[in-house]
Design a protein around this ligand. Sequence first.
Ligand SMILES: NC(=O)c1ccc[n+]([C@@H]2O[C@H](COP(=O)([O-])OP(=O)(O)OC[C@H]3O[C@@H](n4cnc5c(N)ncnc54)[C@H](OP(=O)(O)O)[C@@H]3O)[C@@H](O)[C@H]2O)c1
Length: 292
Amino acid sequence: MQVLDGKIASQSVKEQLRQEVSQLMAEGKRAPHLAAILVGSNGASETYVANKVKSCAEIGFESTLVRLEETVSEEALLNTIQNLNNDAGIDGILVQLPLPKHISEQKVIETIHPDKDVDGFHPNSVGKLVQGLETFVPATPYGIMLMLEHFNISTKGKHAVVIGRSNIVGRPMSVLLSSNHAYGNCTVTICHSHTANLKEICLQGDIIVAALGRPEFVKADMVKPGAVIIDVGITRVNDATAKKGYRIKGDVAYNEVATVAGAITPVPGGVGLMTIAGLMKNTLVAYKRRIS
Ligand SMILES: NC(=O)c1ccc[n+]([C@@H]2O[C@H](COP(=O)([O-])OP(=O)(O)OC[C@H]3O[C@@H](n4cnc5c(N)ncnc54)[C@H](OP(=O)(O)O)[C@@H]3O)[C@@H](O)[C@H]2O)c1
């Protein structure tokens, strides 16, 4: 059984990026610049944004963190995005989700200029992805593809089962795995909360991508021996014995599934780190397009 270690794969991607940035700097160019907007102070969102900012620093990117109050109006947030759209020094913009209920995520996503849409959530980016055109791929599915590439996981002709159909993970993941490229060419089944016989479908999967947000949902008896298991889930589960009072759980019951799987990503230390690597790669692409 192979552990698909996100630390190793993400470090490799980040090292390549670091070298590219240092080359750019040696040529006298400015550094790529990512702007992140954080609304409110949700604990998980704080951690995600802090990790993104830290990764920028490691690679040599500039980053700007814009913090807005939980009560900020939708209009004020959209204006902030417009200002970043118009700022020539900013290459990529991300707005950390989820947002407070009074703000439309869709409006926010659509306000980010497609050229700076490094999270790849804008309908322009999604449309291009579906058509197989070059675009910003949503960071988590992109990170998973980078992981498959890093560990040279064979996908061609395999049956991939994707559990979850969200716009940020499941749906784009299903598109990428079914697309005609080196780490695609799978036959994909996409499952959701109305899927009948989920266990039977999972048992047919050579690859399972679990992205449903239900801790330890995928059990050993749902997994075909030797299958590749990609665990996207991140849920904070209360645990009084843990230092922080909670533990991070994936969507896969790791200990039991690891006895059946051929390869598996851990949580933490798996897909989450690759998501940041995907975001960083998108930011460099956005930068290169802008300065070329
Ligand atoms: N590692 C990372 O970097 C990263 C990045 C993003 C998200 N995540 C994590 O990944 C998980 C999924 O995130 P998301 O944003 O995609 O979640 P989401 O928007 O809540 O979508 C969950 C999807 O799972 C489906 N689902 C829920 N319960 C199910 C069940 N019992 N059986 C089959 N399908 C079921 C839902 O079906 P319906 O469509 O029918 O409701 C939905 O399509 C969460 O734990 C999130 O924290 C991790």
